[in-house]
Design a protein around this ligand. Structure first.
Ligand code: NAP
Length: 298
């Protein structure tokens, strides 16, 4: 059979120059708010869904504003920002199994969500075409405002965390993202290129002694490091290698200034990974999906 590639918004994939197969681009649009949930079609633009729910005064999606891509793409990598992940508001999804053509409804548990991971990224699990996603909404304030940048943004606008509306959080998230992250429509990028590494307390202690300004957050007994900080500290921010480079405002984002091949991008990623391993003893993991031209999946 032909290799098959399913695209949502195409905002988190690195494509080969030529794809010799069938590309399915989901175009089913729309969503309905029913009580305390919203049911959205997979081709629906994610940000517009978030905007509409916030405008209707429903809490739940506000931290996930301005994430590029479609509703159907959101579960693939369990999208997340400012302390909220899709899994926190996920109810279920409808999909078709590509091997058998059967319809399935997958629960939160079935999706096996983890940090930027899900069953859909697992090469051993059957391939599926997501058609519809149901998410939890709330009329009561349910806010996640722990992120320092988000708190600061709200404070600058004179807003009390206890009394903010979903629309106000939405606005704050939009301004924060617009100030730091390049718009993929203007400067090609796939958002965060690396996952934030988690290290144990012993390794954290050693690094913190060497770099007192290390940016890290407790994660259970371990610590999560900001990969962007490591890359910045290693001197990569704003660096260019021909047509590809590291964004000058956020070192976690690699950019294509125009005409780059995926090989050039991978070379840059490899050079950064080697440098971070040498300087900090940490192996960075890539976050976007690199599409294999032979089989059509990452
Ligand atoms: P930021 O607020 O400047 O923070 C830098 C990093 O520190 C973030 O990546 C975040 O990790 C971590 N962090 C900050 N406050 C934290 C807290 N209170 N507890 C735990 N960890 C904390 O973030 P940014 O780089 O501008 O990105 C904003 C948000 O959008 C982040 O959540 C980021 O993950 C998300 N984002 C995701 C993608 C993607 O998945 N493609 C692309 C761009 C941005 P976390 O990554 O765990 O949040």
């Amino acid at each position: 059979p032909l290799p098959l590639l399913v695209l949502g918004g195409g905002s988190n994939v690195i494509l080969p120059a030529h794809f010799p197969g069938l590309v399915i681009h989901m175009q089913n649009q729309g969503f309905v708010v029913e009580g305390d949930q919203v049911r959205a079609q997979s081709g629906q633009n994610w940000h517009q869904l978030v905007a509409a729910c916030c405008q209707q005064g429903r809490y739940g999606l506000e931290n996930l504003a301005l994430i590029p891509g479609s509703v159907g793409a959101a579960p693939i990598q369990n999208i997340g920002a400012y302390g909220v992940e899709l899994k926190d508001i996920f109810i279920s999804l409808k999909c078709i199994r590509i091997d058998s053509g059967e319809w399935e409804t997958l629960s939160l548990q079935d999706c096996q969500f983890a940090y930027r991971e899900s069953v859909f990224k697992n090469p051993a699990s059957p391939r599926r075409l997501i058609s519809e996603v149901s998410l939890k909404l709330s009329r009561e304030p349910k806010l996640t405002l722990a992120y320092p940048g988000l708190q600061q943004q709200l404070a600058e606008q004179g807003l009390e965390p206890a009394a903010v509306s979903p629309q106000q959080v939405f606005n704050a998230v939009c301004s924060l993202r617009q100030s730091k992250l390049p718009d993929p429509a203007e400067l090609a990028n796939v958002g965060s290129f690396f996952k934030n590494p988690v290290i144990d307390a012993a390794q954290h202690r050693i690094l913190k002694q060497r770099y007192p300004d290390l940016v890290s957050y407790p994660a259970g007994a371990d610590f999560k490091l900001a990969a962007g900080w490591l890359i910045d500290k290693a001197g990569w921010k704003g660096e260019r290698r021909g047509p590809v480079g590291v964004h000058n405002k956020q070192a976690l984002v690699l950019v294509n200034h125009g005409g780059a091949s995926s090989a050039q991008l991978m070379q840059l990623a490899g050079a950064i990974e080697a440098d971070i391993r040498e300087k900090f003893g940490i192996s960075l993991e890539r976050e976007p999906r690199l599409i294999d031209a032979e089989v059509g999946r990452a």
